[in-house]
Design a protein around this ligand. Structure first.
Ligand code: SF4
Length: 456
């Protein structure tokens, strides 16, 4: 298996030109689907995915691209980033022709992935990014322009944007930890090659990975350029638990924990919830009544511009200032409630498993990555399902598939947690206590998805 995977890596390395051509085709398709629908009228009730470009672009971006890119991270690591992502291609290309400045300190701040993910998720909800081409152009196109600008100013031929500022780099880095393959570095072979003074051409690693000491998949874009380097690096199979269980003990960070607990399992769930939540409607109605009774009418007006709050009167879809405030409040409240509940469960688990240590807490939080990743995939695929249902497809199997995937996520997370806790203590009773607390955390997340998929 290792040999054949290594061959795949070498094959990808040797076909870099063809891959680059595919990247540019994708850049063109991406630009076309992002820009052209902006100039078309909004689809009417008779429009279908195959006869309306706006609906087609919506389906491609949010029904296929986004959920399946997330899924690909879990299956193949960040292959999408290295081989196909239009933003990655553009930022790398522009950085070959730009100012070539060094990456500044502010860009290296480890909190950007959390800030980027939280702000784009919230803003995307306010402007209804999944529904309207202008909103998609603003969110996706804005990110692409920023990637180009960063490329023009910083580094020479590298991907500073992808490594530090892309709004989803943190999420991709987490999901990539689960991939059953990675570029493995054989330290002994590396040293042998150095001892033999073999001449090697430096690898052009765009996300600036420290090749010799590379252990995990988080930052690697799986571009294959280093495949076979010094006869020491090869695409290899690994256990989908390896990176989380083994490397997480030293590499897990507080920002990653925040992104898992309050981001993927908090903000993202809140963003999927609010459109279906009866609580959202009840609280919003109560607030509206309270404001109306006091003659405070400006929050009930829908005069915000489309780039701030959803504003499409031609299809009767406009947000008031109260809507906007409520959406932000609901999503943040969900994040705080779920994130804090999960933190509490994990803290109990750490204490049950032995002495308290923050690193143990961050390590154990990584066991929830499968639950977080598969949950977000399911949340995003609700749009895929509703678009396909609107086409008249009878998707009878969806509910069962959701249940199956959630079960898989639970089992996978518990498996990772078991591996982590076993490293803390040989005491079976302590291990079991910790796993019960992790199971409670998983149940809390299951409950949130059950509300969305089966109860509301
Ligand atoms: S380490 Fe760098 S060069 Fe090697 S596959 Fe990953 S991104 Fe590409």
């Amino acid at each position: 298996m290792r040999v054949s995977l290594a061959r795949v890596g070498d094959w990808l390395r040797d076909h870099a030109r063809a891959i680059r051509a595919v990247q540019w085709v994708l850049v063109l398709v991406y630009g076309f689907l992002l820009l052209v629908p902006v100039f078309l009228p909004l689809p009417d009730d008779s429009a279908r995915i195959l006869n309306n470009l706006t609906l087609f672009a919506q389906f491609v971006f949010w029904g296929i691209w986004w959920p399946f890119v997330l899924l690909s991270m879990v299956l193949f690591g960040r292959l999408w980033c290295g081989m196909l992502c239009p933003e990655g291609s553009l930022t790398e290309w522009t950085s070959r022709h730009g100012l070539g400045r060094a990456i500044p300190r502010w860009m290296r701040w480890n909190g950007w992935p959390v800030v980027g993910f939280a702000s784009t998720t919230l803003y995307g909800q306010l402007v209804s990014v999944y529904q309207y081409p202008k909103a998609a152009m603003l969110v996706l196109g804005g990110s692409t322009l920023a990637a180009i600008a960063v490329g023009l100013v910083y580094t020479r031929g590298k991907r500073a944007w992808c490594r530090h500022l892309c709004p989803v780099t943190g999420v991709f880095a987490l999901l990539g930890k689960l991939a059953p393959m990675h570029y493995r570095v054989d330290e002994t072979r590396w040293l042998e090659s150095a001892k033999n003074r073999r001449i090697t051409i430096a690898v052009d690693c765009a996300p600036l990975m420290p090749l010799r000491h590379m252990k995990g998949n988080s930052g690697c874009h799986m571009c294959a350029r280093c495949s076979g380097y010094r006869d020491a690096i090869s695409l290899s199979a690994r256990s989908p638990a390896q990176e989380v269980v083994e490397l997480g003990a030293v590499e897990a960070t507080a920002w990653q924990t925040v992104l898992i607990l309050y981001g993927l399992l908090g903000i993202a769930i809140g963003a999927f919830h609010w459109t279906a939540s009866p609580w959202f409607i009840a609280v919003k109605q109560a607030c509206a009544d309270w404001l109306a009774a006091r003659d405070i009418v400006w929050p009930l007006e829908n005069n915000a511009p489309w780039w701030l709050l959803t504003h499409y009167p031609q299809v009767n879809d406009t947000f008031t200032w109260l809507d906007g405030g409520m959406i932000v409040a609901y999503i943040l409240a969900t994040s705080l409630l779920l994130g804090s509940t999960l933190s509490l469960c994990l803290a109990v688990a750490v204490r049950s498993g032995g002495r308290w240590h923050w690193q143990r807490f961050h390590h154990l939080a990584q066991s929830l990555i499968p639950q977080a990743g598969i949950g977000v995939f399911l949340g995003l695929s609700t749009l895929t399902v509703s678009l396909l249902k609107a086409e008249g497809l009878h998707l009878w199997w969806v509910s069962g598939a959701r249940l199956g995937l959630l079960l898989l996520a639970n089992v996978w997370s518990l498996w990772l947690a078991r591996g982590i806790v076993r490293g803390w203590t040989p005491d079976r009773a302590r291990q079991s206590g910790a796993l019960v607390a992790v199971a409670l955390a998983l149940l809390a997340v299951d409950g949130a998805w059950a509300l969305l998929f089966w109860y509301w």
